[in-house]
Design a protein around this ligand. Structure first.
Ligand SMILES: Nc1ncnc2c1ncn2[C@@H]1O[C@H](COP(=O)(O)OP(=O)(O)OP(=O)(O)O)[C@@H](O)[C@H]1O
Length: 374
């Protein structure tokens, strides 16, 4: 396979999880990592996943990512560095512990300190992990977070809009609960400003979610794959013009409840198994996984079709083992046809038969690369 120009070429880890040091010449290829439980396969995917804003694919705090020996109380300072080819240029990205505050991380782009949001200009990530197997049955906030991640892969500003919204929401709630506890009237001018900000960012947030949903659904329609089609919609949608008044009216209730009960943060992603006409939550475990893959591949197609230099990266942790051979091969074919740089993990080499000559195979044992299979 010829290395792709716009893909991840090289990855280095320093004191990251179980890896003291790792230099991996990815060469722009798709990769399958195989080896026994606890070998360090997911840790490697997690290292790639921190090349985006927010937490990585395990949702772990940054302080927990550093290598920690059994007798050490806390993790060491860690770092992940990656080299991409973008067109004619090489791009060097790095992220790791902030020495001033281990709970934070620093991000570098070609040696310069930048905000984490800048990573989205160069790395477009999608991931699917065993933790997401329960996505359709767990709390609404997890589904929304999952969907927001799909949104900001194509609309990078969505990440900062969501965080500005959440910050204003927290401030407003603090004012309201404080006023409620002390039985006083909250500062109207201050609340008004916060609600103005909520209405503005809330409207932007909803618009971006709808746009992403429409684009994703269009890809799902266009795609004749082996996975069942998902119909995506939202519940809890609010007309943007009603936002400001809605927050104002919810003040008393929110202060008393200690929760923000009104706003687009309470939206939910509804997913229907089209063929069965059944909500995803009522589908079998295998069907739910297949629906998720339909969504993930739709997202892959959506990102692959947009004109940017970087090739989307797909991280699929322990996905291959859960599919029957027909679907597994379909997954290999589809990710390859979409031109995604995919990282698969699994315990057995035999799972990846269908990837011969299309991906680089790496055997991992106890945090060491043991063997390469081309
Ligand atoms: N901060 C850390 N420092 C040192 N080791 C760690 C740290 N965090 C996790 N580990 C260890 O990393 C090892 C590898 O974990 P990982 O999840 O990558 O395994 P895996 O190969 O994906 O296994 P499985 O097939 O069971 O999913 C585990 O034994 C875990 O205890």
């Amino acid at each position: 396979m010829t290395p792709d120009n716009h893909a991840l070429q090289h990855l280095s880890l320093t004191e990251f999880r179980s890896y003291e040091r790792l230099d991996f010449a990815v060469g722009g290829q798709s990769v399958y990592l195989y080896g026994p439980n606890g070998a360090g396969k997911t840790n490697l995917l997690e290292a790639i996943s921190v090349l985006n804003p927010g937490r990585g694919l395990r949702g772990a705090a940054f302080a927990d990512l550093g290598r920690r020996l059994p007798d050490e109380a806390k993790g060491r300072a860690w770092g992940v560095a990656a080299r991409f080819h973008s067109g004619e240029d090489e791009v060097h990205l790095g992220t790791g512990s902030d020495p001033r505050d281990i709970t934070k991380r620093l991000v570098r782009l070609d040696g310069e300190s930048v905000t984490a949001a800048r990573l989205l200009e160069h790395v477009r990530l999608i991931w699917l992990t065993p933790a997401q197997d329960r996505l359709f049955v767990e709390a609404r906030t997890e589904r929304l977070r999952f969907f927001d991640r799909l949104v900001y892969a194509s609309v990078p500003s969505h990440a900062s809009v969501v965080s500005a919204y959440e910050k204003a929401l927290r401030e407003r709630l603090r004012l309201l609960t404080d006023a409620y506890a002390r039985d006083i009237t909250p500062d109207d001018a201050w609340l008004g400003l916060l609600e103005q900000k909520l209405a503005e960012t809330g409207a932007q947030m909803m618009a971006a979610r709808h746009e992403a949903r429409d684009a994703l659904q269009a890809e799902i329609e266009a795609h004749q794959g082996a996975f069942p089609k998902a119909d995506l919609s939202f519940t809890g949608d609010i007309p943007p013009d009603d936002l400001l008044e809605g927050y104002r009216r919810a003040r008393g209730r929110d202060g008393a409840a200690g929760r923000s009960l009104f706003g687009p943060h309470r939206m939910d992603l509804a997913v229907l198994h089209r063929e069965k006409n059944r909500p995803a939550a009522d589908c079998s475990t295998g069907e739910q996984k297949a629906l998720l893959l339909n969504i993930i591949l739709g997202q892959g197609a959506r990102l692959a079709s947009t004109q940017t230099l970087s090739r989307p990266i797909l991280l699929l942790d322990e996905v291959a083992a859960h599919l029957d051979p027909l679907r597994r091969h379909a997954l290999f074919d589809e990710t390859h046809a979409l031109g995604l740089q995919t990282f698969f993990t699994g315990t057995d080499l035999v799972l990846f038969d269908g990837l011969k000559n299309r991906a680089l195979g790496v055997r991992i044992e106890a945090g060491q690369f043991i063997d390469f299979v081309d």
